[in-house]
Ligand binder design. Structure first.
Ligand code: G
Ligand code: G
Ligand code: MN
Ligand code: NA
Length: 253
């Protein structure tokens, strides 16, 4: 309950912030989008990881407020970035499965787009395989509504969940984000290479842009690029950073 109370207060007092991690196209090495990641520096609790407070937000019902906060914040950033940018930059916003429960999530997104004046094409929503454990028909309907607005959808943390591969053909997905478990150390392990190559191939044949997450080493980058991942994300390229510290024109390793 303590964490819940602190989180409630954080939403009111502004100790939550959003950091951004570049998603980079290869081989061009250009930033295509930035993933919004919540950060919380609480005066009493210190730094609290979203891995810790997101589940609390989900069970306490605070997730809708939190989700709306991140969405508006990220879309405001997208408006700023795209004002001075020839190539459109999009923001990736993580969405909890529970945000789909009421069936009104597309309205929340439409409202945030209207308030911020952001182009729907500047937004990619990241959902995890856990959406398949929800009311799949309802989630699918909501995702189609969002797609009709022009928003794109990424399936996040792919390969770590409990869902069957069948969700890949059922959900209207644009990006397939391979969990870092597929990526890390892949250059050292022949069996992991088979797995990564096959999963990337699967994604490509289904028409998705395949994104490798958690790239920390040049060897991992070379391998995922050779496998057909068009976008990469990870500490090798950039850590998540506050917006004022990002250099969107920086060359990437
Ligand atoms: O950034 P970090 O590695 O600490 O994030 C830990 C987890 O929290 C990740 O799974 C990430 O997707 C999740 N997370 C970060 N920001 C958000 C957010 O705004 N909404 C949701 N639902 N999850 C988030
Ligand atoms: O679950 P999701 O993919 O949204 O989680 C994103 C989280 O992964 C971010 O909080 C970010 O801090 C973390 N992350 C991003 N790049 C790397 C990386 O190269 N290595 C590790 N260990 N974590 C990363
Ligand atoms: Mn994500
Ligand atoms: Na992920």
């Amino acid at each position: 309950l303590r964490l819940e109370e602190c989180l409630q207060r954080a939403l009111a007092t502004g100790t939550l912030s959003v950091h951004y991690q570049p998603v980079v196209a290869v081989p061009q090495r250009e930033i295509r989008s930035l993933e919004a990641l919540l950060r919380w520096q609480d005066p009493l609790l210190g730094t609290v990881s979203p891995a810790e407070f997101i589940p609390v937000a989900e069970t306490s019902g605070l997730i809708d407020k939190l989700g709306t906060f991140v969405l508006r914040e990220a879309l405001c950033q997208a408006v700023r970035w795209n004002a001075g940018c020839a190539v459109p930059l999009s923001v990736n916003v993580n969405v909890s499965v529970t945000q789909f429960s009421s069936g009104t999530f597309p309205d929340v997104v439409r409202d945030a787009l209207n308030r911020t004046g952001a182009d729907p094409r500047w937004l990619t929503l990241e959902v995890t395989e856990a959406v398949a454990a929800q009311d799949l028909p309802s989630v699918t309907r909501q995702l189609h509504t969002l797609k009709a607005l022009g928003v794109r959808i990424a399936l996040d943390d792919f390969g770590t969940g409990y869902s069957s591969l069948a969700v890949l053909s059922q959900l209207p997905i644009d990006f397939l984000k391979l969990d870092r478990l597929f990526v890390q150390g892949v250059h050292l392990d022949a069996r992991r290479q088979v797995l990564l190559r096959s999963v990337v191939q699967l994604g490509l044949e289904l028409g998705f842009v395949v994104v490798a997450e958690g790239v920390e080493l040049p060897e991992e980058l070379s391998f995922v690029q050779a496998c057909g991942c068009a976008h990469v994300q990870g500490f090798l390229l950039s850590r998540p950073q506050p917006p004022q510290q990002l250099n969107l024109n920086a060359p990437h390793p």
